[in-house]
Write a protein that binds this ligand. Sequence first.
Ligand code: SAH
Length: 299
Amino acid sequence: MLSNFGASNLLFSRFERFELSILDAIIFSQLADITIRDITLLNIWGLFTLVKFFSFLFVLLVFPPLTTALVADTYPVECEDAAHFEERREKLAENHIISPRRGAQPIEDTRVIDAMRSVYRHAFVHPNYRAQAYLDRPLPIGHGQTISQPFIVALMSELVRPGPDDRALEIGTGSGYQAAVLAEIVREVYTIEIIEPLAHQGKTALRACGYDDVKVKHDDGYYGWEEHAPFDIIVVTAAASHIAPPLIEQLADGGRMVIPVGPPYETQSLMLVEKDEEGRLTQRSVMPVRFVPFVRDEN
Ligand code: SAH
């Protein structure tokens, strides 16, 4: 009990500037008619708060530099398949895309399923993470960013109903993986990334895997890519507080946009926004998701 008390005492003196020694506490407990049990409860609460505080600090301070250290800024890419990768890709498609577990909606668009089977996800992750490339998980790509979870990539691709004549804009190139999946299906893909080394790395991976026509730009995607607008498809892969008006303007009549909307580092809502042939907008919330934040270029 006494050592626990030390922890909550530290908490008080540090965060509430409330100096409480053991002796003070005993006197205080007698004066205020607080039992030893109350003090123990207070200690448990104090410890719990400390653990929460330090976990938060750890995630905030240690995790992004750690992933950045693990994933070097840019690195060469060899886009070659191997039998074990092919097998894992097939399993990923079967178990997580076509018939996902945990009650998630199965992906039915055969173009999307074929694209998920075709793109070498292992070429879009750092060599340190290649062994995990075909798990249905997001993975760090450096700079505090992640390559999206394959199921979410498939779902977003299906929601925008891609066709062979479509022109697509992606905001948030990251690894280049989502752009590659779209490029398997549509006529033209444009993608914008705000973090320069990621734009460079994403482009390197896309080129190495033969997606030579995908146009990659380092810029703030808030403004879209006006000279190539309008787009039949817009896919935003970072969570924004609102839908950027230029993106709505650059969506073609009959176009589809998918975008996570909501607060950063919390649960957001994956929204499907559609513009009909008369330019009228409708939107619906598809499911709760968690994406990295949509950031703005401060220059
Ligand atoms: N589509 C990517 C997912 C990358 S995570 C993939 O398949 O790997 C989202 C990306 O959005 C991050 O790389 C982040 O840097 C980028 N991003 C965030 N805000 C942005 C903005 N305003 N403009 C362009 N890219 C942005």
